[in-house]
Design a protein around this ligand. Structure first.
Ligand code: URP
Ligand code: ZN
Ligand code: ZN
Ligand code: ZN
Length: 468
C-alpha cells in the first residue's frame, strides 16, 4: 500500500479552480472530495498550495547525438531535473539515422531508457531523416502500433538531419491516413546554408552570426510551406519552437481558418533575446539554439500568441551541451557550435513567475500550456489533468516557495544555466509520478526506474481536437 491523501489544496486544472482533498492510490487519482474521510499511508497538507497535474514536456533531446557530440543529459539526469521542476512526463525525439529502419531507431531509444531508468514517464516522437528505402513508408504507417503517434521532420540542418519537401510531404500523407501528427522544425535550411557559408567566407565566426544567418523570414517561409503541404496531405501539423511574429502569422491564419495546425513556443524565446549571443568571451555560445533568440520585441508577439491561444504549448526544447567542452567545439566557427540549450527544470516555474505572477496568464492557462494541451494533443488522455481515474501525476505547488535559478543548484548535468540568477517565486513542494513521491521540498526521494514508457494514442483519439 502506498496511498497518499493530499489535503486542503487548491486544485487547478486547465478549466477548474476549487479546494478539495485528493486521494492517490494504485498509481491513479482515486478520489477527489471535500474533507475526505479515508485512511492513507501518507498525508500531505496542501493548504495554501496548488494541486496541479504533473507537467508534460513535449520537446526534449536526451542523450541525443548531434553536431559531433551527444547531449549531456541522459534519461536519468534529464528526468531528475524534470521532476524537480514539476515535469512528470517527457516526450523525447528518437532520431532515425541514415539507412536505419524506424523500428531499429525506436529500439535504440528504448535501450536508452532501459539503461538510464528515468524518474519521469517517457514517450517518443520519431524524427524521420531518410525515406529512401520504400519499406520506410510502411514502417511509418505502423508507428502507432509502437505507441508513437507523432513524427518530426527537420526542414533545416542541411547535410545532417534536414529532409527535402518530398520526404516531408510523403510523411504527411502517411501520418494523415494513420492517425499521427507531423511536427516540423520550420526553417529554410537551404537558404540558411548559403547565408552561413557567406558569413564564414567573410570571416564572421562569432556566435552572434548564428542569429544573423537565420533571420525570421527563413522561419516564416518554412512555417507557411509546412502548413500548406499539411493541408494538401490532409495531415494535422504541430510547429515546434516558434520564435517570432513572422512565423506566428501563418499559424494564426491557418488556425483562424479552422486548419488542424498547432504550435508551441519554448521558454528561451520568451525570456532571452539575441543580445545574449553577442556576449563576450564566447559566452554567447550558451544561447546558440535553433531557431535563434530574436530581437527583444518578438517576445511581446509570443506572449500575445500564448494569451490568445494561437500558441498551444510551452515546451523546453531541452538540448543540453556543456559550455566547457561541447559548445567549445564551435570556437572560431559559429556553425560548429552544437545547437541547443537546457531548460527542462525551469520551464514551469518560469512560466508561473513571468506569466501568472505578472498577470499575463491565468492559473488555468498556465496548466493548459504546460500540461493539459501537450497531453491532449499527443495522445496521453490519462495525463494532464486532475480527475478521478487519471494517472496520479500530481504536483503540489507552493506559490510562495522561492529559489534563485543557478547551475550550482540545478539538477541537469550541464555546466551553465541560461537563467542564472533569476529569482522565481512558486515551486513544487511535492511531485508524484503515478502515485510515487519523487521530489519532496526540493529533495529527490524517488528511485530511478519510477518512470515508464508511455504508449500514446492515435492523434485525435478520445478527444475533441479543434483549432479553436
Ligand atoms: O537548437 C536546438 N533547438 N537544438 C535541438 C534540435 C532542434 O532543432 O530542436
Ligand atoms: Zn528544432
Ligand atoms: Zn528540439
Ligand atoms: Zn535535489
Amino acid at each position: 500500500m502506498n496511498d497518499t491523501l493530499i489535503k486542503g489544496g487548491r486544485i487547478i486544472t486547465a478549466t477548474d479552480d476549487y479546494h478539495a482533498d485528493v486521494l492517490l492510490s494504485a498509481g491513479r487519482i482515486a478520489l477527489i472530495g471535500e474533507e475526505l474521510d479515508v485512511r492513507a499511508d501518507r498525508v500531505i497538507d496542501a493548504r495554501g498550495q496548488y494541486v496541479i497535474p504533473g507537467a508534460v514536456d513535449m520537446h526534449t533531446h536526451l542523450e541525443m547525438p548531434f553536431g559531433g557530440t551527444v547531449t549531456c543529459d541522459d534519461f536519468t539526469t534529464g528526468t531528475v531535473a524534470a521532476v524537480h521542476g514539476g515535469t512528470t512526463a517527457v516526450v523525447d525525439f528518437c532520431i532515425q539515422e541514415r539507412d536505419q529502419s524506424l523500428p531499429d531507431a525506436l529500439a535504440t531509444w528504448h535501450e536508452k531508457i532501459e539503461r538510464c531508468r528515468p524518474l519521469a514517464d517517457v514517450g517518443f516522437h520519431l524524427a524521420v531523416t531518410d525515406l529512401t528505402d520504400p519499406a520506410r513508408l510502411e514502417e511509418l504507417a505502423a508507428l502507432p502500433e509502437h505507441g508513437v503517434t507523432s513524427i518530426k521532420l527537420f526542414m533545416a540542418y542541411k547535410g545532417a538531419i534536414m529532409v527535402d519537401d518530398e520526404t516531408l510531404f510523403r510523411t504527411m500523407q502517411v501520418a494523415g491516413r494513420t492517425g499521427s501528427v507531423v511536427m516540423v522544425h520550420a526553417e529554410n535550411g537551404d537558404a540558411i546554408d548559403v547565408l552561413v557559408r557567406e558569413a564564414l567566407a567573410a570571416g564572421n565566426t562569432d556566435p552572434i552570426w548564428h542569429a544573423r544567418t537565420r533571420p525570421p523570414i527563413t522561419e516564416a517561409e518554412a512555417t507557411s510551406r509546412a502548413i500548406d503541404l499539411a493541408a494538401l496531405a490532409d495531415c494535422p501539423l504541430y510547429v515546434v519552437h516558434v520564435s517570432c511574429a513572422e512565423a506566428l502569422a501563418p499559424v494564426q491564419r491557418a488556425r483562424a481558418a479552422g486548419a488542424a495546425v498547432w504550435a508551441e513556443t519554448c521558454s528561451q524565446y520568451l525570456y532571452l533575446d539575441e543580445t545574449y549571443l553577442a556576449r563576450p568571451d564566447f559566452e554567447g555560445a550558451k544561447a546558440v539554439f535553433t531557431p535563434p533568440a530574436r530581437e527583444a520585441h518578438q517576445q511581446e508577439a509570443l506572449w500575445r500568441g500564448l494569451e490568445t491561444g494561437v500558441l498551444s504549448v510551452v515546451s523546453s526544447d531541452h538540448c543540453a551541451f556543456r559550455f566547457a567542452d561541447q559548445k567549445a567545439l564551435g570556437r572560431g566557427d559559429f556553425s560548429k557550435i552544437p545547437n541547443g540549450a537546457p531548460g527542462i527544470e525551469d520551464r514551469v516555474e518560469l512560466l508561473h513567475e513571468t506569466g501568472v505572477r505578472s498577470g499575463r496568464l491565468t492559473l488555468n492557462q498556465w496548466v493548459e500550456l504546460t500540461s493539459t494541451a501537450p497531453a491532449r494533443l499527443f495522445g496521453m488522455p490519462a495525463k494532464g489533468t486532475i480527475a478521478v481515474g487519471a494517472d496520479a501525476d500530481v504536483v503540489v505547488f507552493d506559490p510562495e516557495r522561492t529559489r534563485t535559478i543557478s547551475a550550482a543548484t540545478h539538477h541537469s548535468a550541464v555546466d551553465y544555466n541560461l537563467y542564472e540568477g533569476t529569482a522565481v517565486r512558486g515551486g513544487p513542494s511535492a511531485v508524484f509520478v503515478r502515485g510515487t513521491l519523487v521530489v519532496r521540498d526540493g529533495e529527490l526521494v524517488g528511485e530511478p526506474g519510477t518512470g515508464r514508457f508511455v504508449a500514446r494514442e492515435r492523434f485525435g483519439a478520445g478527444a475533441a481536437l479543434t483549432a479553436a
